[in-house]
Design a protein around this ligand. Sequence first.
Ligand SMILES: NC(=O)C1=CN([C@@H]2O[C@H](COP(=O)(O)OP(=O)(O)OC[C@H]3O[C@@H](n4cnc5c(N)ncnc54)[C@H](OP(=O)(O)O)[C@@H]3O)[C@@H](O)[C@H]2O)C=CC1
Ligand SMILES: O=C(O)[C@@H]1CCC=N1
Length: 271
Amino acid sequence: MQRVVIVGAGRLGMVIGSGIKRGVPDVELHFVDATPEGRERARERLRAEAAAAYEPAPGDLTLLTLPPQAFPGFAAGQDPHAVAGVTVVSLMAGVRLGALTGGLRSRQVIRGMTNIAAQVGKAVTVLAPDPAVTTQGVALADKILAGVGSVVKVADEDALDAASAVVGGGTALVAYFADALAEFAMAAGFSSAQACTIALGLLTGTAELVERLNATPADVYKPVLTPGGTTAEGFALLQETRWQDMLRAALEKSAERSREIGGEVDGLLKN
Ligand SMILES: NC(=O)C1=CN([C@@H]2O[C@H](COP(=O)(O)OP(=O)(O)OC[C@H]3O[C@@H](n4cnc5c(N)ncnc54)[C@H](OP(=O)(O)O)[C@@H]3O)[C@@H](O)[C@H]2O)C=CC1
Ligand SMILES: O=C(O)[C@@H]1CCC=N1
């Protein structure tokens, strides 16, 4: 049975754990968490083993879902010989490969980013392996994370700061947008349940169209803009207010914060 150890039973750790339980067969799920509450959460909700100390075994896949700033303290307590036989995937925003490999004193490390859609098997996970990770290590990470959604591999870890913004935070942006649509429907007199049905239909219907038509999102929105019609009128206002530029700027802010967190963690590791 493949052991998967999730370090950090917080929001992301629990979601990934539940996605793995649901979507990946023959996995023995273990949690490590700093607090009794975190460990209890993992035991109760996921019926997983949970411990305070990280005790890796050769062949494990370890997923790091700690707060980035907690990584240096966590890494300092680890025995590099024990970690050597393990493939480690960090899902922490900003923490750079150099910090991960230096902190853990192992090169079997992959920097990744994912999102909470893992809970329903629909995450996108971006992986940037350290060049020294074995083929088996990459294949193991790929197999487990493919069980909770799609996997995208990149050679340059710089893409991971953008991924923090658009992949990690993207679910929040999409839900925030859908929330505005639902709010509009409610303000127009639809009940909260009806507004939710409308928002959900828009999210799933649009996603399915993009998928089934093998299209891009732009391919899907353009045919709705009937010349002289209602949607084009509203879109004109969005374009006037440079709404897409605003969204890009917000994503760039998030990516910048990811780079900044990377710097903070590098600083903590040096001290
Ligand atoms: N939330 C999300 O949607 C996403 C989060 N991420 C990344 O996941 C990581 C966690 O985020 P999130 O789940 O939101 O945060 P949470 O604070 O909910 O989870 C972090 C968990 O780690 C535990 N923890 C802290 N220090 C240690 C330690 N030394 N050893 C073991 N466990 C520890 C915390 O325990 P306690 O609370 O008791 O301190 C908590 O349970 C971050 O690095 C974030 O960048 C990435 C993509 C998406
Ligand atoms: O906001 C954060 O820092 C984390 C990483 C991406 C999503 N949540």
